[in-house]
Write a protein that binds this ligand. Structure first.
Ligand code: AMP
Ligand code: ZN
Ligand code: FE
Ligand code: FE
Length: 272
């Protein structure tokens, strides 16, 4: 257990708990600092902050970008959630997601997995593959979400549609414009993390997500060395998407030293 968790998703994107439920779960577990980092939306931040009693809620966001067809996720922290440029940029990304969901629904139908398109698209937040995966399981097309990603929606699968390319440099600029700091999410999932870290440092990257549920102890140690080498702020979080689904990770479940949180908070520029 950790006293903080800087990578959490809610129902505003593809999580299964509402922002208020995430806050309740964090407080129940004695977590003291959390960041709500939904994909391409900041809608969960205000309700979480309003519901928080003992936990401090930091504004966060996770923006999916691409470098040479590789997924590079950029986390933003401690920005002004009302910044108009940020809101406009994220609205465009959510529109791209919606259009992509329509294309994936069409592909699914074409290969024999019809869904109630209107029901899936009725979701007002950031629509992602997990929404389609849940609908496929609910419709009885697939036994579970893991199978959906393995057979239909994974990046090499027949119903997969890539998103319009968006660069990490654009994501970093957007978060900086709103007064926030940035961190490269789960670098351990990248083929060549050091190449990406070097490229993004040139664009002003501030931090590195050294601690993540998918990082082995060895990888965490290697990333810690890289963070020091490149002068990056260390961040970490569970990347919990709530109970259910194929990625069960509990809020605050990742072991992260307390000093990491202290240093992270000291590096936030925009005072909330
Ligand atoms: P999207 O943003 O639409 O590309 O969907 C990415 C999200 O799908 C991730 O944030 C995870 O929540 C989920 N996801 C991606 N790959 C898998 C997988 N292999 N199994 C389960 N969930 C996955
Ligand atoms: Zn997700
Ligand atoms: Fe991610
Ligand atoms: Fe995430």
């Amino acid at each position: 257990m950790s006293t903080f968790d800087l990578h959490l998703h809610t129902t505003c994107s593809d999580g299964t708990l509402t922002p208020v439920e995430v806050v309740a779960a964090a407080e129940e577990r004695g977590v003291m600092v959390i960041a709500i980092t939904d994909h391409d939306t900041v809608a969960g931040i205000a309700p979480a902050q309003a519901a928080a009693a003992s936990v401090q809620v930091i504004a966060g966001v996770e923006i999916n970008t691409e470098v040479k067809r590789e997924n590079v996720h950029i986390l933003g922290y401690g920005f002004d959630p009302d910044n108009q440029q940020l809101l406009a940029g994220l609205a465009q990304l959510r529109e791209d997601r919606r259009n992509r969901a329509r294309l994936m629904l069409k592909r699914l139908k074409d290969i024999g997995y019809p869904l109630d398109d209107a029901a899936v698209l009725a979701n007002e937040g950031a629509i992602g593959r997990p929404h389609l995966a849940r609908a496929l399981v609910a419709a009885g097309h697939m036994p579970n979400e893991g199978e959906v990603f393995a057979r239909l929606l994974g990046s090499r699968c027949p119903a997969y549609v890539p998103r319009p390319p968006y660069t990490p440099e654009s994501a970093i600029a957007l978060i900086h414009a709103a007064g926030g700091i940035t961190s490269l999410a789960h670098p351990g999932k990248l083929g060549d993390p050091v190449r990406i870290i070097r490229q993004l440092c040139a664009a002003g990257l501030d931090g590195l997500e050294v601690y993540h549920s998918d990082h082995s102890p060895q990888l965490t140690a290697r990333m810690l060395v890289r963070a020091r080498e490149f002068g990056l702020v260390v961040t970490g979080g569970s990347d919990s998407h709530g109970p259910g689904g194929s990625l069960p990770r509990n809020i605050g479940s990742l072991l992260i030293p307390d000093e990491v949180c202290v240093e992270f908070l000291a590096n936030l520029r925009y005072k909330q």
